[in-house]
Design a protein around this ligand. Structure first.
Ligand code: NAP
Length: 313
């Protein structure tokens, strides 16, 4: 049995592990894929205080190494179900059940799908959700990226250094992402922005050969010949396993206040999976620290109650 069980090895989960270890508690972090979460697939991080610039992969590795060096156990297992009520919390994976006195849910959020014809069919054959991972396959080719948030803007800039031409397709005429990024992007000669445009379908035989675009203002439909399309239209949480036990908002994010405490004693929520106004690495690491602080206080209270019970007997 661990003092603190953490679901997710992204910035929130690993920071929770670092803080919990420094509070002196035993910690296990359960991660289904790779450590670092979304940041592992981010080309460069340039807005984390005191670090002017670092690659996403280095940021993720530094966090992981720090947590492991402090004694956190990171287990690469996918959590299939969790028990939150009662004195002992548990998370069941395909390899078994792990138990903890407290649980911190930091399972992040996953890339949202476009849902248009061709997307599923060509996934991995021209349709990608990670420019950093797959961009090199399209060196000197023409590609498209869909979205208008920070991910789409950063990925478009990253791809522009590899590909012959990048088409950025955005459904509105204003970007949601950071103005510094949009200014940099508008200066790139090989990036063409298609405003007020939606992807109607992804075309091809065995792999992507083009996109059918829909101009939302003129209703005109055109074909764009590209070999790759990168979907960067935001995130969606995967919290179905907590439905009924914890409160979820209409978009599926877990509801907890800034202290990251849920309605169940000893259960905390940290990072992108929590309902919040700003999803950034810095807010994820902040949540991780808060959740570990809450878990530590909870554990200390349990210990005090146990001690008080013993001295009364
Ligand atoms: P996001 O900020 O939610 O942006 C999603 C974009 O996709 C929006 O422009 C949205 O259009 C568009 N979109 C949503 N659904 C769509 C659909 N069905 N079809 C076409 N377009 C669609 O998502 P994100 O860029 O992945 O970023 C997620 C979070 O991580 C954000 O909080 C972001 O700031 C943060 N992030 C930060 C950094 C950084 O600071 N370096 C880097 C990456 C991500 P509308 O604008 O019309 O809604």
């Amino acid at each position: 049995m661990y003092d603190v069980l953490v679901i997710g090895a992204g910035p929130a989960g690993l920071t929770a592990a670092i803080y919990a270890r420094r509070y002196g508690h035993t910690v296990a972090v359960l991660e289904r894929l790779i450590y670092g979460g979304q940041v592992a697939n981010t080309p460069d991080v340039e807005n984390y205080p005191a670090i002017a610039r670092i690659t996403g992969a280095d940021f993720a590795t530094n966090l992981y190494t720090q947590a492991v060096d402090l004694g956190a156990q990171v287990l690469f297992e996918e959590v299939l179900s969790a028990t939150l009520e009662g004195e002992v919390k548990s998370a069941t994976t395909s390899s078994g059940t792990h138990r903890g006195r407290t649980l911190i849910i930091a399972n992040g959020a996953q890339r949202r799908k476009l849902g248009c014809p061709g997307e599923e069919r060509f996934a991995g054959r021209g349709v990608s959700y990670c420019a950093t991972c797959d961009g090199a396959f399209y060196r000197d080719q023409e590609v498209a990226i869909v979205g208008g948030g920070n991910t789409a803007l950063e990925d478009a800039l990253f791809l522009a250094n590899l590909c012959s031409k990048v088409h950025l397709i955005h459904r509105r005429n204003q970007f949601r992402g950071n103005p510094i990024l949009s200014q940099a992007l508008l200066q790139k000669e090989n990036i063409q922005v298609h405003y007020d445009t939606a992807v109607d379908r992804i075309l091809g035989e065995t792999a992507v050969q083009g996109l059918e675009l829909w101009d939302l203002k003129t209703q005109e439909r055109t074909t764009l010949p590209v070999r790759g399309v990168f979907v960067a239209i935001g995130l969606a949480p995967e919290n179905q396993m907590f439905q009924g036990a914890l409160s979820l908002d209409e978009a599926g994010y877990l509801v907890a206040d800034e202290s990251c405490q849920t309605s169940i004693p000893g259960v905390f929520v940290a990072g992108d999976t929590r309902r919040k106004a700003l999803r950034q690495i810095v807010t994820a690491t902040s949540d991780g620290a808060m959740a570990a602080f809450g878990a530590s206080n909870f554990l200390n209270q349990l210990q005090f109650q146990g001690y008080a019970r013993e001295t009364m007997e």
